[in-house]
Design a protein around this ligand. Structure first.
Ligand code: SF4
Length: 287
């Protein structure tokens, strides 16, 4: 049975060539991570830790939270992280994370929400042959409203419109798993924390909308599975693409490859990497 993830689907939509390199050829990129992705990962890790402590009846102090963040930053930091924005240095990114956490702490303390789980793995059976796997940053059962809440942290600078949020696929798919577990009559609220703006955005889906979403997701998967041509898609996000050095769009000395695109003739020997990259669970945040 094939298992998909939201990031696998969105990579295909974003750039079929990148999808092929990452998921079919399983090529390990020379550049493993952007500094934005590192920042997003460490902030997610810190908030996961804060809420785990709260669930264990220990509310961390601000100092403890920032210490944890700084330790994880150091532990996972690699000097070869890509910094696209030349006006910023690693310290600027580190400080941004500190500000995100301080704002979040001030706004949400004493963390009275009834958090059930953090980094909750979900598995949805889209049909008898296809599953979708994902991770919910934080699942809350709101005791006042009786509804479940799927919380997601975003470290990106860009703030989406409500229309975009109302059409977001990822959390809506995750809410299917929550309804399957707790009952289709239960209300599920989707909550995004845009940390750079210290703002919470919410959305909901009806059961009818979720049924339609399941259908559309299966159609997309069928399209992916029948695809034989994987063209490049040059766009603004290419600056953050970990496969840019292998991409024919950014090389004049290139060879045609089986993907239907081209591969740099000076590409280094390729190694395999996990089908589930770190962004899969943390979300790749682009600024
Ligand atoms: S650099 Fe752009 S076009 Fe090339 S693989 Fe990456 S996303 Fe696709």
């Amino acid at each position: 049975m094939a298992t998909y993830s939201h990031s696998r689907l969105s990579t295909f939509e974003q750039c079929p060539f990148k999808f092929k390199l990452r998921y079919l050829d399983k090529i390990k990129p020379e550049i493993e991570q952007s500094i934005e992705s590192h920042l997003g990962g460490v902030v997610h890790d810190t908030l996961e830790w804060v809420h785990t402590e709260v669930m264990n009846n220990k509310i961390p102090t601000i100092d403890q939270m920032i210490t944890r963040y700084a330790e994880k930053w150091e532990e996972k930091y690699k000097p070869n992280f890509v910094i696209v924005r030349k006006t910023m240095n690693p310290k600027d990114y580190f400080n941004k994370g500190v500000q995100f956490l301080l704002d979040y702490y001030q706004k949400n303390q004493p963390f009275k929400e009834n958090t059930l789980e953090v980094e909750k793995r979900i598995l949805i059976e889209l049909d008898e042959n296809t599953k979708l796997q994902g991770f919910i940053d934080r699942l809350v059962h709101n005791l006042e409203t009786g509804q479940y809440e799927v919380h997601d942290y975003k470290t990106a600078n860009n703030l989406p419109t409500q229309a975009k949020i109302d059409g977001d696929r990822q959390l809506a798919l995750y809410s299917i798993a929550i309804k399957e577990k707790y009952g289709h009559d239960k209300e599920v609220c989707l909550v995004w924390h845009y940390l750079a703006h210290n703002l919470k955005i919410q959305s909901r889906r009806t059961n009818q909308q979720l049924k339609q979403l399941k259908k559309e997701t299966l159609e997309l998967i069928k399209k992916i599975e029948s695809t034989t041509h994987f063209p490049t898609n040059k766009m603004i996000l290419c600056s953050w693409c970990e496969y840019k050095s292998m991409c024919p769009e950014f090389s004049d000395r290139s060879l045609t490859c089986s993907a239907g695109g081209k591969i740099n003739e000076h590409q280094k020997p390729l190694t395999q990497f996990s089908d589930t990259p770190p962004e899969e669970v943390k979300g790749l945040d682009i600024w």
